[in-house]
Design a protein around this ligand. Sequence first.
Ligand code: IVH
Length: 668
Amino acid sequence: MNEQDVKKEIDRLTDQLNDYAHHYYVLDKPKVSDAEYDQLLSELVTLEEKHPNLKRDDSPSERVGGEPLDHFKKVQHAIPMLSLSNAFNEQDLRDFHRRAEQGLGHAPTYSCELKIDGLAVTLKYENGRFIQGATRGDGTIGEDITSNLKTIASIPLRLKEDVTIEVRGEAFMPKRSFERLNEAKEKNGEQLFANPRNAAAGSLRQLDPKIAAKRNLDIFIYSIGQIEGKEIESHHEALDYVASLGFKTNDQHQHCETIDEVVEYCEGWLDKRADLPYEIDGIVIKVDSLRDQEQLGFTAKSPRWATAFKFPAEEVVTSLLDIELSVGRTGVVTPTAILEPVSVAGTTVKRASLHNEDLIREKDLKLGDKVTIKKAGDIIPEVVNVLTEQRKGDERDFSMPTQCPECGSELVRIEGEVALRCVNPKCPAQIREGLIHFVSRNAMNIDGLGERVITQLFVHELVEDVADLYKLKRDELLQLERMGEKSVDNLLNAIEASKENSLEKLLFGLGIRFVGAKAAKTLAQHFETIDELKVANREQLEAIDEIGEKMADAIVTYFEKPQVAELIGELKGLGVNTTYKGPKPGAPEENDSYFSGKTVVLTGTMEEMSRGEAKAEIEALGGKVTGSVSAKTDLLIAGEKAGSKLKKAEELEIEIWDEGRLLSELKK
Ligand code: IVH
């Protein structure tokens, strides 16, 4: 084949495969079998590999995910991505309608559609080609996730018309894909996603697009952000138009003539939502006429022409099979409901915390009861109430034990507290939980040491206290289940690196009562070394803002223990840092400022401040100001008459700000 014939063949295969993909992923009406599609795709890939110059930018082979990024670029939205006001019941819907009618002088008609529970994204097309996709971010500035979005098969890479358009929609993970993903994660002992929304957002925020490509994400486009050269009069017309361009729109939308119809539509979905293959968290109601929309306008946060009818959290009935007890790091014994597994808001729920004995009594829970459960904030399972009228008489009373379920020592109820506590400092459950806390993110942040590995280390008697973590040997670790050479090396490196942590991480990790991450930081800043803190008395501690009597008391009691002195001596001997390394009190928090850790270049003439002043301000906020633009530069601030540096930054696609943007960031 000569080059021209190859080009024709590549074009033909690209068009054909894109058409098949459109029928499969967007219209849900496959034209050919999967095998036939795969065969054609492999023909195309073979040709593209031999003739990379002829590969089209809308080739289906682009969907596998490109090279990993090291960060996401920021994108400024030309039109802000606002949120919606909420309606929680019929009255709220009627109030919304009344306000719209008053604002317009006539009753509008509405477009009602499902509120997909995923992640809002905006997609830009230039002359029909997909050029950029971004997250909503704070509504004004989002992140460029183009490479991840390209892996979503229902996002067209080229439109059916060569239009320049920006569309907005919701990227989501279908329920079935979510379940499969969590099943796989569970098998690998990895942390599960709480719901499909988190899974979708987590997938799209991965720097490696190959991960997003495997996650089986989908999208529904619900509006036009901007469009050139086309007059559209209503929202339903806009939806029809974007569908005609090749986008996937949700086909459950309905044009409602009256607010009664809107109410009926919303109520209808309360029951039907469970049958959908994706999660929705409400209904979006939009005034249909675009002229009416314009007339109603916006408040500071949301349009006056739309509202979201939010569903109440899903409540499901199941059985309370048992109550399990667990002992936490501080010895508190927590009861957990073991439930007949049920699906709630996207995940299978098998357990729910019952917090303490009082709650069990208040709710009058008996083993075998039918209970209503929901997920608070759509994440944490919770028992709402007991269906006492469904009791059969064979339900059993539950009472809390008097002895620790882990070590058998007598439990105590400290005055003024609802919790029952095991006060044996050698209780294995407390030690294990203490270790899990010590390695956690806000504490020593040792990657690769999750609950599973800690439990194994503990069971194999490789660790008894936190100092033992620093004595672990390579060959011991290699004997643990599912620990290969690579994970062992990574783990040992992470343990070694944690020795360099600043004092506050160690202090928080030690798990002194009442000392959270924030107090640990305050203490570390104030005393600078653990030895100074160790000898501080109650008065010195209480003199610090944020440290109250209870905490001061807990700190003194902690450091008085001889075994604590021993442990600290041991940690020091093993090379663990016990001094504070961060900024002095009063200095801006590291992560507070936009500039912290960023490399910034200043160029051109500034009007409001000199370059020297700008440099000093940026450095005070943790940024580094350098003289020349390179791939390491994160941000260029361009004043008037900026020249070659600006050009270079543009070439390297580095974020560029003008002076005004700098001033507004410095004021924050
Ligand atoms: S229209 C001015 N339509 O809900 C905002 N939003 O608070 C116009 N959402 O983050 C949004 N499904 O991502 C609209 N059919 C739908 C939607 C929808 C889900 C999300 C959207 C936004 C949030 C609104």
